[in-house]
Design a protein. Structure first.
Length: 283
């Protein structure tokens, strides 16, 4: 590690050297004056000796001056180097300070960017969750339909369940309209067989017996193994009874008992056949 000499110490040494030089010069001059002013008769030395003495003093003074000048030059050079070093240190300190300020600025910018990145990541996660939720609302879902597991669109399921809720609420006309609209929007839906059945049931509930018979007979012909086929034929028989066609109704009830023996619809059909065997009700 380089040791620096305080500038005040160097300047003090330089001043002392200059003072010593001045004193030596004054002493030499005084000696020359004394020798020159002595009376001729009182001089202890000859002119040659006095001249040599003066020359000797002058020589020593000049030598001292040269040494002092050399020392002054050395000290001046050292001062210059120290001043350069000091200037360099000041510049270095300024650079260090500037770099510290830049580092502080960069840290602040980094913190801001980190916060912005964190906010962006949170926003992206929230957006991804929202998109995922939206997508899931449209993704097919597995439902149990008439004893089978099928995949249906969620909108399709909601539309069907809304129409069925309307039927069960007793608004049979609105239910029929809702189921018919469902058929138009979802012609290939797994719900189609059930929708046809509920349309026929809505027609029967509104006492539109002829339409109910046509719809439900078409349902049984198209889906003979459907779980609701026995109930559909039973409703057809009831509609035929309401229309006064007892023979057609009896035939329909016998088909139910024979084809779907063991079902609840078959038991009800037998009871209806027994009723039909009695006298026809008066109108």
């Amino acid at each position: 590690m380089r040791h620096t000499v305080p500038m005040n110490s160097v300047r003090g040494r330089l001043a002392a050297a200059l003072l010593a030089t001045r004193r030596a010069a004054r002493a030499a001059a005084a000696a020359a004056i004394v020798v020159a002013t002595l009376p001729a008769q009182a001089q202890l030395f000859s002119d040659d000796e006095a001249r040599r003495a003066i020359l000797d003093v002058r020589s020593r003074v000049e030598q001292m001056q040269r040494e002092m000048l050399k020392r002054i030059e050395e000290l001046s050079a050292r001062i210059e180097r120290l001043e350069q070093t000091t200037r360099g240190q000041l510049e270095l300190q300024n650079q260090i300070q500037a770099m510290r300020q830049e580092i502080a600025s960069l840290r602040g910018a980094l913190e801001v960017q980190t916060n912005e990145l964190s906010k962006t990541q949170r926003s992206q996660r929230d957006l991804a969750s929202e998109l995922d939720a939206r997508i899931k609302r449209f993704e097919p879902v597995a439902v149990s339909l008439d004893g089978k597991q099928v995949n249906v669109d969620q909108g399709e399921r909601r539309t069907y369940e809304a129409a069925l809720a309307t039927f069960r609420g007793g608004d049979f006309k609105s239910a029929q309209t809702a189921f018919q609209q469902f058929q138009t929007v979802y012609p290939q839906s797994p719900y189609s067989p059930s929708v046809t059945y509920w349309i026929g049931s809505s027609q029967y509930a509104q006492k539109d017996n002829k339409s109910a018979i046509t719809t439900l007979q078409g349902f049984v012909q198209r889906y003979p193994d459907h779980p609701r086929a026995p109930d559909a034929l039973l409703t057809v028989g009831n509609a035929q009874v309401d229309l006064g066609d007892r023979k057609a109704a009896a035939d329909t009830f016998r088909i139910v008992t024979e084809k779907f023996d063991g079902s609840g619809a078959a038991q009800t059909a037998r009871e209806r056949l027994a009723t039909l065997a009695g006298p026809a009700p008066k109108r």
